[in-house]
Design a binder for this molecule. Structure first.
Ligand SMILES: Nc1ncnc2c1ncn2[C@@H]1O[C@H](COP(=O)(O)OP(=O)(O)OP(=O)(O)O)[C@@H](O)[C@H]1O
Length: 250
């Protein structure tokens, strides 16, 4: 469902992502790991058409067959939310502080033409699915950080996307609520559900949810394989150790 070929993201004179190629199948759960500055966030930005101005993206990214490198809003409109959806590190970036969460989760459904009443019912059901039954009339400020991340996941799921991209979805959360959010991602992704591309500096998180790991170092893809193989590859010991060390210091 996702085909990435020779993808680069560059500043004049410097490549932040350097010639990366990989594929993600429907329902597959793939972790993207690597130390700080390895290029993980830039990779996600390029996959989702969110690269900041001033950086140049080259190569190819096909989302269910549609080329999105260089694509404009008309190409992204039918894809964003319905085929791809992003769960960011900080749920604050996804949520409007001035709008009740039920209304926010209903909005993408309304945008797809779902009638008001049905959209609100579906939003309430989505909130229940993420463990927040009965919270639809609350504002984000009336929820905890973990609950806000659950709302952000409900929002991402509203369009029934086939690829969920999660960029450090638990690293802004208290360790006590991280496990619950990971359980939730475990429930809503996988075979017969959405595929998951999970960016994390935390190998324990990646190995818990993913069957395959992509390892980035210096903007390059240095490994792509089943979790057990990648973690035991002696040639990757340094990058894996760097990722582990980072997880401990954060
Ligand atoms: N907008 C930008 N302009 C210029 N350089 C950037 C920009 N964003 C990131 N970089 C640089 O690109 C490289 C890759 O950054 P990126 O944020 O993708 O790393 P990362 O693997 O996500 O790191 P972290 O785990 O710390 O978030 C880094 O050297 C970073 O300094």
């Amino acid at each position: 469902m996702l085909r990435v070929h020779d993808l680069s993201v560059a500043l004049p004179g410097r490549r932040l992502v350097d010639g990366i190629s990989f594929e993600v199948d429907a329902g597959e759960r793939v972790g993207v790991v690597g130390s700080s500055g390895a290029g993980k966030s830039q990779l996600v930005g390029a996959l989702l058409g969110l690269t900041p101005a001033g950086l140049r993206v080259t190569g190819s990214v096909r989302v269910e067959g549609t080329e999105v490198v260089g694509a404009g809003p008309a190409t992204w409109r039918p894809l964003r939310g319905r085929v791809t959806a992003l769960v960011a590190q900080d749920p604050g970036t996804a949520l409007d502080p001035l709008s009740r969460v039920g209304r926010q989760v209903a909005l993408p459904l309304r945008a797809q033409g779902v009638p008001f009443g049905q959209a609100r019912e579906r939003a309430a059901a989505l909130l229940a699915e993420v463990g927040l039954a009965g919270t639809d009339r609350r504002f984000p400020s009336q929820l905890s950080g973990g609950q806000r991340q659950r709302v952000a996941i409900a929002l991402a799921l509203a369009g029934a996307p086939r690829l969920l991209v999660a960029d450090e979805p638990t690293s802004a959360l208290d360790p006590t609520v991280q496990a619950g959010v990971l359980d939730l991602l475990d429930r809503v992704t996988g075979p017969d559900r959405a595929a998951l591309l999970l960016v994390t500096h935390d190998l324990a998180v990646a190995t818990r949810l993913c069957t395959r790991l992509l390892v980035l170092a210096g903007g390059r893809l240095v490994a792509d394989g089943p979790v057990a193989e990648v973690l035991t590859d002696p040639l990757l010991a340094d990058v894996v150790a760097a990722s582990r060390a980072l997880a401990v210091t954060r």
